[in-house]
Write a protein that binds this ligand. Structure first.
Ligand SMILES: [Cu+2]
Length: 158
């Protein structure tokens, strides 16, 4: 708690709450890319195994049902925020007995059942990028977003 109070006091003194929104200042130090640890777990939401707990799911998964040929999984968390140039140190955890994957437009990692994958990804241009699972029965429901901010948003140069 004492560390938090000290951090909060330093942050207020340094104007942390206003720095992110400040426009780039000529001569300000350029943003230095960070290494960010991100752990993402695949989570079952409405899967066939749950039909015993929620009897209505049997009808949903049946032929003609709203989830025919599908199961609903999520990535937790489903949003990653970083700055262009940062390196994401990703830990991808799949506790289930189904295959999953983590797919960006230029990146693919298979996450085996009851497996954990450690990998890295360098974020590039600012923008919003969807990530998803490639297993057909898990899409379009299983997805998330990588939000990449411009370094100039932090008051420095490029
Ligand atoms: Cu999946």
């Amino acid at each position: 708690m004492r560390d938090f109070i000290l951090c909060a006091a330093l942050c207020v003194a340094a104007g942390c709450g206003t720095r992110a929104a400040a426009p780039a200042r000529p001569g300000a130090a350029a943003y230095q890319p960070h290494s960010r640890n991100v752990t993402i777990t695949t989570v079952p939401l409405l899967v066939k195994e749950l039909a015993k707990t929620y009897p209505f799911l049997a009808r949903d998964f049946a032929k003609g049902g709203v989830l025919e040929g599908k199961e609903v999984y999520a990535f937790s968390p489903s949003t990653i925020t970083a700055v262009a140039g940062d390196t994401l140190r990703l830990t991808l955890i799949n506790p289930e007995d189904d295959d999953h994957s983590f797919v960006l437009h230029d990146f693919f990692v298979k996450i085996p059942p009851q497996g954990k994958i450690d990998t890295t990804y360098v974020v590039k241009a600012p923008g919003t990028y969807e990530f998803t699972c490639s297993v057909p029965s898990h899409i379009p429901m299983m997805h998330g977003e990588l939000v990449v901010l411009a370094p100039s948003a932090f008051g420095g140069g490029q």
